[in-house]
Design a protein around this ligand. Structure first.
Ligand code: MFK
Length: 546
């Protein structure tokens, strides 16, 4: 046989991840940092094994069997191997439990695990994210009965006691505009609430519980009249008959994730709090799942770059390895710099979440967290698609071939920009977050992150871009349509400024420890430009769309 090309090899994701090591070394007290090693090493081993397993086996999808041979409705879903391994693995390594321990570092320690585990999980992280979000929303509601009932299961370190929770919001009437929710909650004479309606995207239908938005019978229309309910889906081993799975979705990616369309036909439900303002009550859940989204998006970028970089050392073209080809090296370095910015932002959101939840945040940090959460979600979602697409090109034609395992990276990455709110929905949410003095919080934080960094060019570019963004906001504050039309440019500009300032903070620390690579990433990231502000021309838009 003639020439055969070496396949890309995945280095052990924890041992080879200099960014995650540097972040945890910088941030965590020594004893907490050391205690993390066992779980992170095990999750890294699992990730490496799962990549090998996936590239050596035929990919499977979950299958729904609705009726058994004797005519009994069963709605049984067969899951893929990684999903079957999920409960054992994640409870053993405390993936969710770690985020709810009594420490300001809890969320950082949780999301370090999520980052390493995500791709191996085949998006079992999706229902995990919702379970984490449900635990957070139930705590925020202060509903003691539900805290006692559900949290020991959601946060269990024992697979046999573990429950997954869903997040049932989306309906085909409303989509992102959940104010159009048609699911109705009816209360019977005994005081028991029951839900009746149809949920259009249920990503954790195999779970044991869910939080669902519904309109109490007789309540008015719109968002404020919705209430948030807790439901359980199982009677022992059997799914409750009031929960009917209509079908599994046929999706572009995330094939292993059994996303379902469901009917609720009187499913018993318990309100989390007041029988209104359900979106306000579910917001803590949304902000947690959006953080998961950002961390999982950077995990996809890390995987794509790791494989592309390894391949560049193995593949010879035009007389030398790809990594020695100037344009190929340039492309990889550009990807690396963008990824490092996104990594810094996503993990800052995770760490801030822990600090705010444990009451140790500085006064401006709660507002900062509120703003950075949608910014991180929307920008990392877009960037994951771009970098995974670029990574596939790094393999030439092989990147387009299914059984290399590479196309799945791109297909799956597309979901980060869509679920949990599209880029535009999140851009509008960042406008909501900018109400009040949130912009000042970003300035205060950026100044602190830049403190001690000697890259004057980067510091000045960040300050100038923040000034330009503040002027843009002032200029358009009174014209809502212009503000909304430019919201994406504003959001990405702020995300890039925050990321650059965070990169500067990491670069200062790493330089002191002899590593100049974060400083190089900062220089290159700023070189790509921070300012994405655009002042929309409404006349031009309507001409083009006319
Ligand atoms: C592997 C990664 C893991 C990821 C898991 C993925 C699971 C995927 C499954 C899904 O895709 S689930 C569906 C996801 N759907 C969405 O994310 C909904 C998208 N729509 C929005 O985000 C809308 O902005 C939203 C429905 C939240 C609000 O729209 P409205 O109807 O215009 O509500 P309004 O009146 O602006 O806000 C209601 C209240 O919520 C307000 O508070 P008040 O009642 O006190 O005035 C808002 O301030 C508050 N609020 C809204 N968003 C908030 C928030 N508060 C805090 N944080 C937020 N993000």
């Amino acid at each position: 046989m003639g020439f055969t090309q070496d396949a890309p090899q995945l280095a052990q994701p924890w041992h080879s991840d200099r960014l995650l090591h540097a972040l945890l070394d910088r941030t965590l007290p020594a004893e907490r940092r050391a205690a993390l090693d066992i779980d992170l090493a095990a999750l890294g081993d699992y990730a490496q094994m799962a990549w090998l397993r996936a590239t050596h086996s035929i990919r499977r999808k979950p299958a729904l069997t609705r009726w058994d041979a004797w005519g009994q409705r069963v709605d049984r879903i067969e899951l893929t191997t990684a999903w079957l391994e999920g409960p054992q693995l994640t409870t053993r390594h405390a993936v969710l439990a770690a985020g709810h321990t009594d420490s300001a570092h809890a969320r950082l320690e949780e999301f370090a695990r999520v980052y390493l585990y995500h791709l191996a999980s085949e998006f079992y992280t999706c229902p995990l994210a919702m379970t984490d979000g449900a635990a957070t929303a139930i705590k925020a509601a202060g509903n003691q009965a539900l805290i006692d009932r559900a949290l020991p299961h959601f946060l269990s370190r024992d697979a046999s006691a573990f429950w997954l929770s869903g997040q049932w919001m989306t309906e085909n009437t409303g989509g992102s505009d959940v104010g159009h929710t048609e699911t109705v909650a009816r209360q019977n004479a005994n005081g028991q609430w029951r839900l009746h309606g149809r949920k259009w995207f249920s990503s954790a239908v195999v779970g044991e519980a869910a939080l669902a938005l519904a309109r109490p019978e007789g309540a008015g229309s719109g968002t404020a009249a919705l209430a948030l309910f807790y439901v359980e889906t199982m009677d022992g081993e059997q799914r409750k008959p009031e929960l009917i799975i209509d079908r599994l979705k046929d999706k572009l990616g995330t094939h292993e994730l059994p996303t379902a369309e469901i009917h609720l036909d009187g499913l018993p439900a318990w309100p989390l709090g007041e029988l209104a303002h359900g979106v306000r009550q579910v917001a803590p859940m949304l902000n947690v799942t959006r953080t998961w989204n950002a961390i999982c998006a950077i995990a996809s970028m890390a995987r794509a770059i790791s494989l592309a970089r390894d391949y560049a050392t193995r593949r010879q073209a035009f007389g030398r390895p790809l990594i020695e080809q100037p344009l190929h090296a340039q492309t990889l370095a550009d990807m690396q710099a963008e990824f490092e910015g996104a990594f810094a932002l996503a993990f800052e959101v995770a760490h801030l979440l822990g600090r705010v939840e444990h009451g140790v945040a500085a006064p401006h940090e709660a507002a900062l967290l509120r703003l950075l959460t949608p910014l991180a979600k929307l920008w990392t979602g877009k960037l994951a698609v771009k970098l995974c697409s670029e990574a596939l090109e790094c393999f030439g034609g092989a990147g387009y071939i299914e059984d290399t395992g590479l196309p799945q990276l791109l297909r799956d990455a597309q979901v980060y920009a869509i679920w949990e709110g599209t880029t535009n929905v999140l851009s509008l949410d960042s406008l909501r977050a900018l109400a009040g003095d949130t912009f000042a919080a970003l300035r205060t934080a950026s100044a602190a992150w830049l403190d001690g960094n000697d890259d004057m060019h980067a510091a000045s570019a960040i300050r100038q871009t923040l000034d330009a963004a503040a002027r843009w906001l002032d200029q358009h504050a009174a014209t809502r349509d212009t503000l909304e039309a430019g919201a994406r440019g504003l959001a990405i500009t702020l995300a890039r400024c925050a990321s650059a300032a965070l990169l500067a903070r990491q670069a200062s620390w790493s330089s002191l420890h002899g590593d100049q690579r974060p400083a190089a990433a900062l220089q290159r990231f700023v070189g790509h430009g921070l300012n994405r502000l655009a002042t929309p021309d409404a006349g031009n838009t309507s001409l083009l769309l006319g």
